[in-house]
Write a protein that binds this ligand. Structure first.
Ligand code: AHR
Length: 297
């Protein structure tokens, strides 16, 4: 009786379990590993057999992973694309194999939008706008800014810059005086800030540091402290992600604001994919996850 019913339930679950391949950017910073962990844990809760591939920041690795998923005949493919370009061909291959592709987090730049079902992500442009609007208010519209950019060619670096600039361009006395990529890492942010400290005579006249993610800002904070400067006091520090380490920096007064990028979003993403697999219907091309700005108090 019971044992047979139990075995039948397991068999049914196994038969219906979906296999999903997830090609993840890498493990840069603190936000990305938190997002990966949540996607993996959450997959278990939904009974998904998740094939997780970490591309270590390399697009070639992602292309290889997606092709491997296609060869394995997975039910769906999730991609968080390192950069926006170079996706058309591999996405066409997935489409030919009739495997639906879902973008999470980062965006792609493809002409044929039918190559993926939808993108489920935060609005990076809005994040840049929130950071810019906060700084405009804080500085009363007068501020010389240094900018630490994320990975060159990645959607968050492109969009956060655009959104931030859209706001500060409304204020004639707000200006980005130096900008460089720190590749979304703490070490990258530290190196870039060290260079800025040199090129601006110890950040003379600089009112703010806008970093495309918290880890670069944390590196910048280290560089500034080593140079005897006071991040959070002499220079306003605004960034994106709201990871635990920046919360500590906010509490310590060494950072001033961070726009939250939610990492525990598997519980939001998987139901959309599972529903689609059950009954494919056309979805909006972008399903937006909200962003909020946090300050120390
Ligand atoms: O794509 C989102 C960005 O990627 C995060 O803000 C950053 O921390 C990560 O590297």
């Amino acid at each position: 009786g019971g044992a047979v019913a139990f075995a039948a339930t397991i068999a049914a679950t196994m038969a219906s379990a979906q296999t999903i391949g997830f090609s993840q950017v890498g493990s840069e910073g603190d936000w990305r590993p938190a997002f990966s962990a949540n996607m993996q844990e959450s997959a278990k809760e939904f009974g998904i057999d998740l094939k997780f591939a970490n591309a270590q920041g390399k697009q070639e690795e992602q292309l290889r992973a997606v092709r491997a998923f296609i060869a394995q005949g997975v039910d769906a493919i999730i991609v968080a694309p390192v950069v926006v370009t170079g996706w058309d061909q591999v996405l066409r291959e997935a489409k030919e194999a009739e495997i639906p592709v879902f973008l999470v987090d980062r965006d792609v730049d493809v002409e044929d939008k039918t190559l993926y079902v939808t993108r489920i992500s935060a609005d990076f442009n809005l994040e840049g706008k929130l950071a810019g609007a906060w700084l405009a208010t804080e500085s009363k519209g007068t501020c010389k800014i240094v900018e630490l950019q994320g990975t060159t060619g990645s959607a968050p670096a492109i969009e956060r810059k655009k959104g931030f600039e859209a706001v500060i361009s409304q204020f004639p006395a707000m200006e980005i005086v130096a900008t460089q990529s720190g590749d979304f890492t703490t070490e990258g942010g530290k190196k870039v800030m060290e260079a800025f400290i040199k090129s601006t005579n110890n950040l003379d006249g600089i009112c703010a540091s806008f970093a495309h993610n918290d880890n670069m800002q944390l590196g910048a904070i280290q560089a500034m402290k080593e140079a005897g400067l006071k991040p959070g006091t002499d220079v306003q520090m605004v960034s994106v992600d709201y990871v635990p380490a920046i919360k500590d920096a906010l509490a310590a007064g060494e950072a001033n604001a961070s726009v939250e990028l939610r990492s525990a979003v598997g519980g939001f993403i998987y139901p959309i994919i599972l529903d689609y697999l059950k009954s494919p219907t056309e979805l909006d091309k972008w399903i937006v996850i909200p962003s909020d700005l946090h300050t120390a108090n």
